[in-house]
Design a protein around this ligand. Structure first.
Ligand code: NAP
Ligand code: GCO
Length: 267
């Protein structure tokens, strides 16, 4: 093995929903590793916000944004064509776009449950299906699905999200099984609890200025005793996108600070 195996020089990566948060952190890491990055969001305003963030990160010349709702099959196919025309064949796909709705299951409306499934599970199928043909033609490809602690664990109020992320774990393994023969590696990253807009409600200070109960709970469930940062996902994400991981397939790499190995701190 040589260090160049970790390089993404000359690669084209498509990262869904990478205007901010985990996707943005992965995108900037890929750019620093030598890749060109395509990102998407559901409105031009959001894409423009993304461009501003990439410019501030010194990455504007290596990134291109597209308006694309990843649940819209035709929009995804059109966006892939635009990426091919603008940047070239897609070597790396990161299915990052995702939502969560924290509602007790028996109070959740069917359309709310379906919305989470559509974005967090159906969309990775849609986008991967649109990109895999060119990876087969090229003879190589990397697909990385952003899974979750909820790919392994449940908790109150996140039934749709856990069902989607559990399904995404198995979709990852099935893409590995079906497309490994074409030298396509499909793996997952399972982040622990990361400080992003998606988890901001779980970290909000209480009216009396005290920490959110969930904030205290998660720090007690994490051996490191803290929330993780998006930057801590960058190394694992570059590894799984690079030639250094060509023999890694169907694996969910949990980047959780040890949560899944820990019963939790005694109160
Ligand atoms: P986030 O801050 O909420 O960002 C999600 C991104 O996805 C946003 O850019 C959002 O765009 C985009 N998106 C949502 N629906 C979309 C759609 N239909 N089409 C295109 N883009 C869409 O979330 P995050 O915390 O960075 O999480 C990113 C991924 O990691 C998600 O899959 C999440 O489930 C997963 N994850 C997060 C954590 C965590 O602790 N934060 C842990 C494990 C896994 P808009 O702003 O326009 O909605
Ligand atoms: C929640 C959180 C989690 C994280 C992440 C954990 O409400 O429990 O949002 O679901 O987003 O998925 O890995």
């Amino acid at each position: 093995m040589e260090m160049k195996d970790f390089s993404l020089t000359g690669k084209v990566a498509f990262i869904t929903g990478a205007t901010y948060g985990i996707g943005f952190a992965i995108a900037t890491a890929y750019i620093k590793a030598g890749a060109k990055v395509a990102f998407c969001d559901i409105s031009q305003d959001k894409v423009d916000l993304g461009y501003k963030a990439y410019e501030e990160a010194g990455c504007k010349d290596s990134v291109k944004g597209y308006v694309c709702n990843v649940t819209d099959e035709n929009a995804v196919k059109e966006t892939v064509k635009k990426i091919n025309a603008d940047l070239g064949t897609i070597d790396i796909l990161v299915n990052n776009a995702g939502i969560i709705k924290r509602i007790p299951m028996h109070e959740m409306k069917r359309e709310e449950f379906q919305a989470v499934i559509d974005i967090d599970l159906v969309a990775p199928y849609i986008v991967a299906s649109a990109v895999i043909p060119q990876m087969i033609e090229k003879g190589h490809g990397k697909i990385i699905n952003i899974c979750s602690m909820m790919s392994e664990l449940g908790r109150e109020t996140v039934s749709a999200y856990a069902a989607a992320k559990g399904g995404l774990k198995m979709l990852t393994r099935n893409i590995c099984a079906e497309y490994g023969q074409y030298n396509i590696q499909c793996n997952g990253i399972g982040p622990g609890y990361i400080a992003t807009p998606q988890t901001a409600p779980l970290r909000e200070k209480q009216p009396d200025g005290s920490r959110h109960p969930f904030d205290q709970f998660i720090c007690g469930r994490t051996p490191a005793g803290r929330w993780l940062q998006t930057e801590e996902l960058q190394g694992p994400a570059v590894f799984l996108a690079s030639d250094a991981s060509n023999a890694v397939n169907g694996h969910i790499l949990y980047v959780d600070g040890g949560i899944l190995a820990y019963i939790g701190k005694q109160p």
